[in-house]
Design a protein around this ligand. Structure first.
Ligand SMILES: Cc1cc2nc3c(=O)[nH]c(=O)nc-3n(C[C@H](O)[C@H](O)[C@H](O)COP(=O)(O)OP(=O)(O)OC[C@H]3O[C@@H](n4cnc5c(N)ncnc54)[C@H](O)[C@@H]3O)c2cc1C
Length: 494
């Protein structure tokens, strides 16, 4: 394929992926002579459930040059310091995955290694006592991290929970104010150039044709352009991640919102609880091979915090990846490019990194084969790394129901097996290219599931080390003590 210049970008679909892409491009292309059109059908609607995020979302808000307080108000957002996993390691146990690392490095090695060495010698403090982010979350508090601070203990990150429909509405307003053109209508045909096989135009049921030179497929699970028109295959990963269904329901909030997402293991999957300012999002992700939809509905409704305000909505999915996320003049962003269950809230972040690749590899506003190939390579790696991290939650579970026994016994990808092997031997975290989850996240999983390294290395001076650790622990305790409650913090923004 020759380098193809781009002067008109057409986005098919107006869910979270479509409007995030439109808003990003509107800002990025400010002053550049490239038009952006978005086509969506109100009749089809959106999946509308992506409400928990990871810290990368803050970069997106920053790119748009929007004030955080304005964004929080417009989307009824709350702060998220991490995820509380309940009943995964064993039915009555829980642990926290913070958006942070642990402690301050000691003896020229990562803190977690020193802690594991000290633990092997009888030191009793828990690892998460060295994480301010975790302690704030557990106390229902929130404070802005302080990267200027001399103390590494104040270096953590955060994300948001927001209302998905308000988020899309907000982005739509933002994009339309910046010259993105919206066309309402159902796409009935995708016309290809007979010579190049590239997409030429989208034909709507009304007969209107929308032409362009670069098309972004944000049509969700329909994958109208990338799959139905261009025939790019989908690689199924359900042999590793067998959950294939979700029931989503909203509840009234009658308690102050937690500054974290809850993920609660259930008989055949797990339940999410995402607290917003005005309501909560809930759902049950499960394997339909292990529970019927009716049973899952009953299990979900019996375990809600708060009264339901909607009927549970069933969503079916197949975990996997589009074999090429960029093919010819079409880039798939959002659910059309692949799906990993929302256990670590990674879909919106994959939308974001998809958009970054689109912008980063559209060098000189041209489509060039070598850049397309590199974007595809990086996209696959990124998906695989997240896939491995999610599989780890299942592989280490300590439950007894059939699904949980099955996923504990299944073979895991070699890349993940190697990480687990290196950690259990030495306590080292082995990161690969394109990891979304860095050391702190992997450590939180190994620690949370009760995995210990056989030999984390020798301690130089055990007494001195433990004294320093105690000091750190008390600094964390004090930091958490003086913070405002999450609710009070939110009030300061209004
Ligand atoms: C159960 C579940 C829970 C999730 N939770 C999270 C979470 O907590 N965090 C997270 O990051 N992600 C989560 N996700 C993923 C998240 O919901 C999606 O990544 C996000 O909503 C993006 O969806 P989308 O825009 O790709 O697709 P959709 O929302 O389905 O949008 C598709 C768009 O394409 C349009 N369209 C389709 N066909 C046509 C046509 N023929 N003509 C015109 N328009 C058309 C539709 O009208 C719509 O506008 C979750 C997903 C599921 C299934």
């Amino acid at each position: 394929m020759q380098a193809t210049p781009v002067s008109h970008i057409v986005i098919a679909g107006g869910g979270t992926a479509g409007w995030m892409t439109a808003a990003y491009l509107a800002r990025w292309l400010d002053g550049v002579d490239i038009c952006v059109t978005l086509v969506e059908s109100e009749l089809i609607g959106t999946v509308g459930v992506g409400e928990a995020t990871v810290p990368g979302i803050r970069q997106f808000i920053k790119h748009l040059e929007v004030k955080e307080s304005e964004f929080i108000k417009a989307t009824n957002a709350t702060f998220k310091l991490g995820i509380h996993f309940e009943g995964w390691a064993a039915p009555e146990q829980s642990f926290f995955h913070p958006f942070a690392g642990y402690g301050v490095d000691l003896e020229d090695r990562p803190f977690y290694k020193s802690w594991w060495s000290a633990k092997a010698q009888g030191y009793r403090a828990e690892l998460d006592e060295f994480c301010l982010c975790t302690q704030l979350a557990k106390a229902g508090k929130f404070a802005q991290p302080s990267f200027d601070s001399a103390s590494r203990l104040a270096w953590y990150n955060y994300a948001y929970h927001f209302d998905a429909s308000l988020f899309a509405k907000y982005l739509r307003g933002y994009a339309e104010q910046r010259q993105v053109k919206r066309v309402e209508g159902k796409i009935s045909q995708v016309h290809l150039n007979p010579d190049s096989g590239c997409i030429q135009s989208l034909e709507l049921e009304s007969g209107v044709c929308v032409e362009g030179d670069l098309f972004v497929d944000c049509s969700g699970f329909n994958a109208l352009l990338i799959e139905k028109a261009l025939g790019v295959a989908y690689e199924d990963w359900s042999h590793w991640l067998p959950c294939d269904s979700a029931l989503a329901v909203q509840t009234r909030s009658n308690i102050a919102p937690d500054p974290f997402t809850r993920s609660i293991a259930r008989s055949a999957g797990w339940q999410w609880h995402i607290p917003l300012q005005h309501r909560a999002g809930n759902g049950y992700v499960y394997s339909s091979q292990h529970i019927t939809h009716d049973q899952a509905r009953h299990e979900l409704l019996s375990n809600l915090r708060g009264e339901p305000v909607t009927d549970p909505r069933l969503i079916r999915f197949t975990t996997g990846i589009r074999t090429e996320f960029w093919h010819k003049n079409c880039v798939a962003i959002g659910l059309s490019s692949g799906f990993l269950e929302p256990l670590e809230s990674t879909s919106i972040s994959l939308i974001q990194t998809g958009i970054n690749k689109l912008a980063g590899f559209l060098v000189n506003f041209e489509i060039q084969a070598k850049h397309v190939a590199e974007a595809n390579r990086l996209n696959r790696l990124e998906y695989e790394r997240i896939r491995d991290f999610i599989i780890l939650h299942y592989a280490l579970n300590g439950r007894s129901e059939p699904l949980w026994q099955q996923v504990r016994a299944m073979p895991i990808p070699a890349t993940l097996a190697e990480k687990v092997e290196i950690f259990t031997a030495t306590g080292d975290i082995h990161l690969l290219e394109q990891e979304s989850f860095v050391e702190g996240s992997w450590v939180s999983m190994f620690y949370g599931f009760g995995l210990n390294p056989r030999d984390a290395g020798a301690v130089q001076d055990a007494q001195k080390l433990q004294l320093l650790m105690d000091k750190m622990r008390s600094a964390v305790y004090q930091g958490a003590q003086y913070a405002l409650s999450h609710q009070e913090f939110l009030k300061t923004l209004s």
